[in-house]
Design a protein around this ligand. Sequence first.
Ligand code: NI
Length: 510
Amino acid sequence: MNKTLKIIGLFLFFIITSALLIFLLKLASLKHKLNINQPAKLTNISQEETKYENINVYTREERDNDGRSLLYVSYPVTENEAINLELKKKSQIFIDEYKTVAQSQEKAYLDYLKKTGKIAVSMITEYIQHFDVSFASDKYLLFVFDQYKSTGGTGSDDSISVLFNRETGKELALSSLFSTDNYLEILSDKSQKILNERMANEAKLLDFTNEEAKTQWLERGMEQIKAGTKTNSENFDSLSISDNRELIIIFDKYQVGPGSDGAVKVKIPLSEISQILSPEVKKIFEIRNTPPKENNPGNEGTEASPSSSIDCSKEKCVALTFDDGPSVYTDNLLNILKENNIKASFFVLGQSAKIQPDTIRRMVQEGHVVGNHSWDHKNLTKLSSEEIQKQLSDTDKLIKKIANYNTTLLRPPYGSYNANVLASVNKAIVLWNIDSEDWKDKDTDIVAERISQAKANSIILAHDIYPSTIEAIPQVIANLKQKGLKFVNIYELFAPEILEKRQVVRYRQN
Ligand code: NI
């Protein structure tokens, strides 16, 4: 009998616990439904000090709609009320947009829930604004805002810089950090080079099925870099200056690379762009212009050596050629060449000549040969005849205008040419037989070593866009002089013969 009672007891216990469990579950789900109708809200506001004197950070964090909507906004508060008002106004725009988006997103969420009874986990709205103090001086305040917006699984991340005059409280255009009108061109040019180089390095680490796939990948990337670094102020709306004196350009996601790269940063040492920085910025970061080389009076007498004095059919000649410039390093190279009384040949890009006309003028004045290297380093074999001619004539016209100089020599970018290129140009094509590969190894010793392999009649290829190359030149001069070689420009190397139009040369044939 005892056994029957036990079974009944157990049975009752099971029924009661089950009922209790069901009741609790119901209650929980009811509570959940209640929560949906009256969303839980959480707001946190705080103000804290930063490491900068008189700059605090205000933070506002809101969680709404049961955590489905998140707003996080931080912005600086300074001693200047006008600045604070402006920052608050900018942040309010961000907040207002969040409110509108979160509201409509929440409505869509509730509609979906009602219709399907399912919870859509991805329907979350997140608006996050962070800020950084880039630098703070008595006169300038530069802030960088990062605004991240995500709605229902898709998002954007934008970075933007805001500059203030700290005394007047007025917002300034970022161009106030610079002293010249062409600063965008310099920034564009520099960042393009850095990004292209980065991509070329990346290509070496990737596995491509074949050479063509690699070329295509590189070309696509370069196209995007070119578009994203075009000289408009929106492309360069996020600038910052680091404590170790570098200008940091932040390109938004997708601007210069695939989305997987996120925001892309390019750093340029301020010393490399001192010629475009405003006096105020130079003062703050103690950047001096590279002092002009003292003219050694003893050198002046020997300087003018007529080009005809060297006969390369009798003497051992070698021609130094530099491509892709002019760059901010070219002047240093010209100083070195001048000190050593050496004439070289520069194959310049029209787009770079436009930025540094003075350097082109100096090349011509100091007896160097200036040749055409296209306008913007396009692979000429991929262009139509008209496009090839435009690449060359735009560059020619510019050089004529700035230095009253006619170019007769072409070095096609990548040294690549085909029948169409030959048919489209009326210049001699100057290639090389000694390649410094200085783009690959930015190492002064390696570059100096490679160039020092040159023999009589060699044409040496180097690039005056890498400081490591320019640093290698004094060593190269010493090594080659020791071999009894004389440095000549391209005209001198082939004289007394004149290079014919469309003639392709890689070295002098004796
Ligand atoms: Ni080149």
